[in-house]
Design a protein. Structure first.
Lengths: 207, 207
DNA sequence: GTCTATAATTCGATAGAC
DNA sequence: GTCTATCGAATTATAGAC
């Protein structure tokens, strides 16, 4: 690659911006905060991303694209083996990819979880951008839920899935904090958290 | 009262600030936005509240104090009649006061619900302030839940109550939006929403 | 209590040299 | 691609007249 330093600068900006926005929120984070900690020039942000908003979209996309892909993969795997799958299996396929993100890089696992939770709870235009990137998983899972719970209306399942997402966001925002459900980020503890969460939510889905 | 206009100015600032922060968030709302729409002078904010942060605290307190009081009242009523109360009764006592807020003033019912949801999902110092004002309800309800579900550990009940609050926040943020659980704000629809939410969450609490 | 005027910073964004 | 320098606008907060 003839532009190795460029890639590094771009990634450096993305990494630092993701961490700061996870802590302080989008409006609470300034480009100057980002370039200061990333040790890059202020103009580099506009050169690589165009604007603060487009920088945010790039961060979201870097997370959301492989995440949604993995969710849909797991859903597809389920449909191949058991049809219709149980509510627990569907919820596990939905919740595992986002919660396993926290087991990634040593220093970034908390950041990534908090970022996801934060950016879906903030005002416009943040919420709109995050929704656009994360939402392609909703319809396929709604369809699957409909087949597994045929006696519930689609509107019912929609607001219940909404509460599933709300619980996911809460767990993500609190990830790593003492007393939180996802306090420890060891792989086996993450798996245990997923199981508890699935049990809690599956009971609600059936109510 | 010798300071009738003062009270009006103060209330006017509180009302407009609450609405704007509900829409745009704390950092996304400027004092100039507030005084412009409230048709008061910029200096009046600092005269009456001291700073933007203290203004926010005043808004939160105006909502939280009577709300928490009402939650604890309903809890006390329950303990007088049935001991221990059912999980459904406890959740109803917890969820009814915040969700009935949306039935108040004609123009402000959506605003108030959104404000509550928003300010508990934002970064510091907003979250800290909101937590300080809203949290006095947690311990009493945890105690009551412990008695109604004696075979679950306190740490279990804690993260489950956390998910209850997360669901409440989600419902509040989406209040009034098409497709949301709390789409209509008519009193009978709010009651129906509370019942659905209680059924969903009570099943999870018992899981 | 309310107002004007302004201080003192900080913001996102850009022009232009290298 | 990276840098300096800066623009224009916006921010919270205050000083001081009325």
């Amino acid at each position: 690659m003839t532009t190795a330093t460029t890639t590094d600068t771009k990634t450096q900006i993305l990494d630092v911006a993701e961490r700061l926005i996870a802590e302080k929120g989008f409006t609470g984070t300034t480009l100057r905060n980002i370039v200061s900690e990333a040790d890059v020039n202020l103009a580099a942000v506009h050169y690589h991303f165009g604007s603060k908003e487009e920088l945010f979209r790039a961060i979201v996309r870097r997370i959301a694209v492989p995440l949604v892909e993995r969710q849909l993969d797991m859903l597809e795997q389920l449909r191949k083996t058991t049809d219709p799958p149980s509510v627990e299996e569907l919820l596990t396929a939905f919740l595992t990819p986002p919660l396993e993100l926290v087991m990634g890089d040593e220093h970034y696992r908390i950041v990534r979880a908090q970022f996801m939770g934060r950016c879906r709870a903030e005002p416009e235009p943040v919420q709109k951008i995050a929704h656009e990137e994360f939402s392609p998983n909703v319809e396929p899972f709604l369809d699957a839920l409909q087949r597994s719970l045929p006696d519930q209306s689609r509107s019912q399942l929609l607001w219940k899935l909404d509460l599933v997402i709300a619980s996911l966001i809460r767990v993500q925002i609190g990830a790593g904090k003492p007393g939180a459900l996802l306090e420890s980020l060891q792989p086996q503890d993450v798996q245990a958290t997923i199981q508890k969460l699935v049990a809690f939510l599956a009971a609600g889905m059936r109510s």
